[in-house]
Design a protein around this ligand. Structure first.
Ligand SMILES: Cc1cc2nc3c(=O)[nH]c(=O)nc-3n(C[C@H](O)[C@H](O)[C@H](O)COP(=O)(O)OP(=O)(O)OC[C@H]3O[C@@H](n4cnc5c(N)ncnc54)[C@H](O)[C@@H]3O)c2cc1C
Length: 456
C-alpha cells in the first residue's frame, strides 16, 4: 500500500530554505483597488445575512417589480453579480480574467447551467444540445484566455455532467450500478467503446427513450472531451448528489479510458471527490490505485462538498443512514486524510497524478503547502489550488504571490440565468458565507488603513 512506501521522487524543493507558512493576513490586498475591496466587503456582509440568502429569489422578483428590470439589473451588476460572476460576454470574461492574471491567478471557467427537473424546456434534448454548444464555446474561451495571456501549457475548465445528461438518467444509471454490482454491461470500458464508436448500447435496465438519451449524452460528453483535448484544456467534472454521483463517476471513468491514457500528457478528465461523504477516502484510494495499475493518469479536484443540507434531508426522508460525515470536524479530518493520500500519490507518480486542492479553508491550504514542501512537490506542478471568484481573495492572492498555481472558479453568463444559480449556491453554502467573517475583518482593516491613511 502507498502508506508503507515513503520513497519520494526527486522533484526540486519548492524553496531552498525551510518551509515558511503562508500568511493569510490580507497583505496581498494591496494589489486590489479600493472600489473592489469595498464591494467585496459589502457583498460578503450581505451574503452572511440569513434572510437575504433564504429569500433571495423572492427579493429579486420584488426588486424587479418595484424598480424595473434595468435598475434592479444595474444594482445586481454592481453587487452580487459583479462580485461572483465574470460577466456575460466573452469580452467581459476576458477583462475579468486579465485582472486576475495580473494578480497571479488563473481562470477555471464554469458554465452555471441548472437543469429544472419539472420544466419540460430545461430537460429537453434541445436544452442539452444548447448546453453542448455552450460547453464547446467554454473550451474555446479557456484556450483563448491562455493564448491572450501568452501562457504556455494547458487550461482547466469545470464540466457539469447534468448539463449534458438528465439527472433522471443519472439516477436510473446509479440504481443500475448499485443493482448490477459492477457487471460488464455497465463497465467504463463498454461505455468508452460506445462513446468512441457512436454505437448504441441498448441497456436492458433502461427503456427505449432512456437508451436514446444515454446515447446522445455519451456523444455530447465525448464531443466536449475531444474538443477540450484538442485545445489543451483539462476538464474537471463536478461532483453532485450521492443519488447520481456513481453514474457521474462511471461516465468520468469511461472518458478517462480514452483521454487519460499513457502518453497523453497527464489526465485530461478529472473527477471531483467530496470529503464530507463517509466513503470518500476509501473510494479515492481504490480509484487512484485502479487507474494507476492500468497506466491511466488520474486527476482529482478535492472539495469538502456543497450539498450537505440536501443530502441529509434526502436520507432523513428515506429513513436511510446519512452518507455525510456527522460534523464539520469529521469532514475536515476526512479532507486532510484525502489530501495526504493524493499528495503521496503525486509524489510517487509525478505528473501522472494531478490534484486541485479546491478549498477556501486556510488550515487545509496551509497543510497542503507544508506537505508539498516536505514531499518535494514543486509549487507549480501537478498540484494546484482552487477558490471561487469573489471568495477568499486573501488566500488566493497569498498563494499566487508565493508562486503556487491558483485557479479561480469563474461562472459567467447572463444575469437572468446566473442570479438564481448564485442564490441557490449561496443557500447550499450558507455556512461558508457566514464563516467568511475573517475575510470581512481583513477587508475592513485594509479599507480603514487606506481611507484613514489617505490612500486611493
Ligand atoms: C474550485 C471549486 C470547485 C468546487 N467544485 C465542487 C463540486 O464539484 N462539487 C461540490 O460538491 N462542491 C464543490 N465545491 C464547493 C465545496 O465543496 C465547498 O462547499 C466549499 O468549497 C466550502 O468548503 P471549504 O473547504 O472551502 O470551506 P470550509 O468553510 O472549511 O468548509 C465548509 C464545508 O464543510 C462541510 N461542513 C460544514 N458543516 C458541516 C457539518 N455540520 N457536518 C459535516 N460537514 C460540514 C461542508 O462540506 C461545507 O461546505 C467547489 C469549490 C471550489 C472552490
Amino acid at each position: 500500500m502507498l502508506w508503507t512506501c515513503p520513497v519520494l521522487h526527486c522533484h526540486s524543493r519548492p524553496s531552498s530554505g525551510g518551509w515558511q507558512p503562508l500568511r493569510f493576513d490580507g497583505g496581498a490586498f494591496y494589489r486590489k483597488g479600493t472600489g473592489e475591496l469595498a464591494r467585496a466587503l459589502l457583498v460578503l456582509r450581505l451574503c452572511a445575512w440569513p434572510p437575504l440568502v433564504t429569500h433571495g429569489l423572492a427579493l429579486q422578483a420584488w426588486s424587479q417589480r418595484l424598480l424595473g428590470s434595468r435598475l434592479s439589473g444595474a444594482l445586481l451588476r454592481a453587487s452580487i453579480y459583479g462580485q461572483f460572476v465574470a460577466g456575460e460576454t466573452a469580452e467581459e470574461v476576458r477583462g475579468c480574467v486579465q485582472r486576475l492574471q495580473a494578480l497571479g491567478l488563473r481562470p477555471l471557467l464554469a458554465v452555471p447551467t441548472e437543469e429544472e427537473p419539472d420544466s419540460a424546456a430545461k430537460t429537453s434534448e434541445t436544452w442539452y444540445e444548447e448546453n453542448l454548444s455552450t460547453m464547446l464555446h467554454c473550451v474555446d474561451l479557456s484556450r483563448a484566455l491562455l493564448d491572450t495571456a501568452g501562457q504556455a501549457g494547458n487550461g482547466l475548465m469545470q464540466l457539469k455532467v447534468t448539463a449534458l445528461s438528465s439527472t433522471r438518467l443519472c439516477k436510473e444509471l446509479t440504481a443500475c450500478i448499485q443493482k448490477s454490482g459492477g457487471s460488464s454491461e455497465l463497465s467504463p470500458e463498454r461505455l468508452a467503446e460506445a462513446m468512441d464508436s457512436g454505437q448504441s448500447l441498448q441497456l436492458p435496465y433502461l427503456n427505449a427513450e432512456q437508451n436514446q438519451h444515454l446515447q446522445a449524452s455519451l456523444r455530447r460528453l465525448h464531443q466536449v472531451a475531444q474538443h477540450a483535448r484538442a485545445q489543451h484544456v483539462r476538464l474537471l467534472v463536478d461532483a453532485e448528489y450521492t443519488f447520481i454521483n456513481p453514474a457521474l463517476s462511471l461516465l468520468v471513468a469511461a472518458l478517462a479510458i480514452r483521454w487519460n491514457s499513457p502518453g497523453e500528457g497527464g489526465p485530461w478528465v478529472w473527477n471531483t471527490y467530496q470529503a464530507y461523504l463517509k466513503d470518500t477516502h476509501e473510494r479515492l484510494e481504490r480509484d487512484a490505485e485502479a487507474a494507476l495499475k492500468v497506466g491511466l493518469a488520474f486527476g482529482v479536484k478535492l472539495v469538502r462538498g456543497a450539498y450537505l443540507d440536501k443530502e441529509r434531508s434526502v436520507s432523513q426522508l428515506q429513513g436511510t443512514e446519512e452518507p455525510t460525515q456527522p460534523d464539520y470536524e469529521a469532514t475536515s479530518r476526512s479532507y486532510s486524510r484525502c489530501l495526504e493520500l493524493m499528495l503521496r500519490f503525486v509524489s510517487h507518480h509525478g505528473s501522472l497524478c494531478h490534484l486541485m486542492v479546491a478549498s477556501h479553508n486556510e488550515e487545509s491550504v496551509r497543510r497542503a503547502t507544508k506537505r508539498m514542501w516536505e514531499l518535494g512537490i514543486p509549487l507549480d506542478g501537478p498540484v494546484c489550488f482552487g477558490q471561487l471568484l469573489g471568495m477568499c481573495d486573501h488566500v488566493s492572492l497569498a498563494l499566487g504571490q508565493a508562486g503556487y498555481a491558483v485557479y479561480k472558479s469563474i461562472p459567467y453568463g447572463c444575469l437572468e440565468e446566473v442570479i438564481p444559480y448564485l442564490i441557490r449556491r449561496a443557500q447550499e453554502n450558507r455556512s461558508v458565507l457566514q464563516g467568511a467573517r475573517r475575510e470581512q475583518a481583513l477587508l475592513s482593516q485594509e479599507l480603514r488603513r487606506r481611507l484613514l491613511g489617505g490612500e486611493s
